[in-house]
Ligand binder design. Structure first.
Ligand SMILES: [Cu+2]
Length: 415
């Protein structure tokens, strides 16, 4: 055994190295960005870009890493004005790398600053400049950091639930008055910067999701598209000054499972979730029906609790597409006949014995029939379905194995 030990040790360390990587990001802080609003007006922004030929976006680039990765961020300030930093909001980093100017360091014009951290718990985090942060954040200096599980898989965390697609909705606002040079180009004083700034009353005219609002939210990168029975993950994060009440369509059966990179001990099933400034949440969704609706984002004034604005993201859940975890080799299923009167037979071909549950839903998502059956033998089986369907119409059959929907079929019952 002794002589094998170094070999095994090398193997283990190689394996660890493969999983945990070095992730290097290069960001440039700029103070002459432009943002086009839904009205067609252009405002000046500050922000982070990945290269000199790129406009700094609002929000800045999303940084995606894996749990355990050694992450290095090189920030170059090319803003010809105030210094900038990167504060890693919610991440467990040491003080030197946390980007709070008077507690670590700030980066003047034409200088580099380096931030290092080991990516902690999988989850959704923020980064933003922490110099005169009230102004620099409103100016646009913010972005998302997503920490995936160590194997990079589509799971909420190591050993957590799987999902097919993820959607990040990053909330903020814009008050165009704050984007005038008189506010943005504030006098800078390293000792007590905020005392020298006249900050106008914040009264936003634009309410943003991923930097977009109103008709811009019809962008295919933003809309929520999924398939029946498909589990998806929604990341919600708020860097604005409003509280945002997020309301999911009830068909998505939203489950709030994590916050701040930590799983909740008890998850909460709720269509409504309040996301206050700085907060991030993880929400799992899964619809058993085909439908179209929208996710509503209601922006609330935190002083008065009054509704300031509502933005919506279109939701479309399609039938029969994108089935997760379905191994075509193991099971085939066909309804004969379909459409049918009375009942129909499901012809199953199994390559291994298994326990299956059959659930039939109507178009409103109500469960109208359920069978459970254990098949001990491989080969052909027949299951009579649809006996309890009283009305003619379209129904959906889910075939479930070990808790996963492995196949969906549409049934058409005739009178
Ligand atoms: Cu800054």
């Amino acid at each position: 055994m002794k002589k094998y030990f170094p070999f095994i040790f090398t193997l283990i360390s190689c394996f660890t190295t493969i999983l945990a990587q070095e992730e290097n990001f290069f960001l440039i802080a700029r103070n002459k960005g432009e943002k086009i609003l839904t009205t067609g007006d252009t405002i000046r922004t500050f922000g982070f870009a990945r290269k000199l030929s790129e406009q700094p976006g609002v929000p800045g680039p999303t940084l995606v890493v894996k749990e355990g990765d050694s992450v290095h961020i090189d920030l170059l300030n090319m803003s010809q004005g105030a210094p900038h930093t990167i504060h890693l909001h919610g991440l467990d980093v040491d003080q030197q790398n946390d980007g709070v100017p008077h507690l670590s360091f700030e980066i003047p014009h034409m200088e580099h600053g380096f931030y290092h951290f080991k990516a902690p718990h999988p989850g959704t985090y923020l980064y933003h400049c922490h110099v005169a942060s009230t102004i620099h954040v409103q100016a646009g200096m913010y972005g998302l950091i997503i920490v995936k599980p160590s194997d990079g898989s589509n799971k909420t965390w190591d050993g957590g639930e799987s999902f097919v697609n993820e959607h990040s909705y990053f909330l903020s606002e814009i008050d165009t008055v704050w984007h005038r040079d008189s506010v943005l180009l504030h006098p800078y004083d390293t000792s007590h910067v905020m005392n020298h700034i006249q900050i106008p009353h914040f009264d936003p005219q634009f309410f943003l999701i991923n930097g977009l609002s109103d008709q811009q939210l019809l962008d295919s990168n933003v809309v929520f598209e999924s398939s029946m029975g498909q589990q998806d993950f929604v990341r919600l994060a708020n860097i604005g000054f409003c509280g945002v009440r997020v309301i999911f369509p009830q068909q998505l059966k939203a489950r709030i499972v994590s916050s701040d990179g930590r799983p909740f001990e008890t998850e909460e099933s709720s269509d409504t979730i309040y996301v206050y400034p700085g907060e991030r949440y993880g929400v799992l969704t899964k619809s058993s029906v085909e439908f179209s609706d929208q996710i509503r984002f209601e922006y609330l004034d935190l002083n008065t609790n009054q509704l300031k604005n509502t933005q919506v993201i279109p939701v479309s859940v399609q039938g029969q597409l994108g089935l997760p975890n379905f191994d075509q080799e193991e099971i085939t299923a066909q309804l004969v006949p379909n459409p049918f009167y009375g009942n129909t037979d499901l012809h199953l071909s199994l390559r291994e014995g298994r326990e299956l549950t059959f659930k039939i839903y109507d178009l409103q998502g109500r469960l109208v029939e359920e069978h459970e059956e254990r098949f001990f033998t491989v080969g052909q089986h027949e299951v009579a379905l649809g006996k309890s369907l009283r009305e003619s119409g379209i129904y959906t059959l889910q075939i479930i194995s070990a808790g996963n929907v492995i196949q969906l079929e549409k049934l058409l019952r005739l009178e």
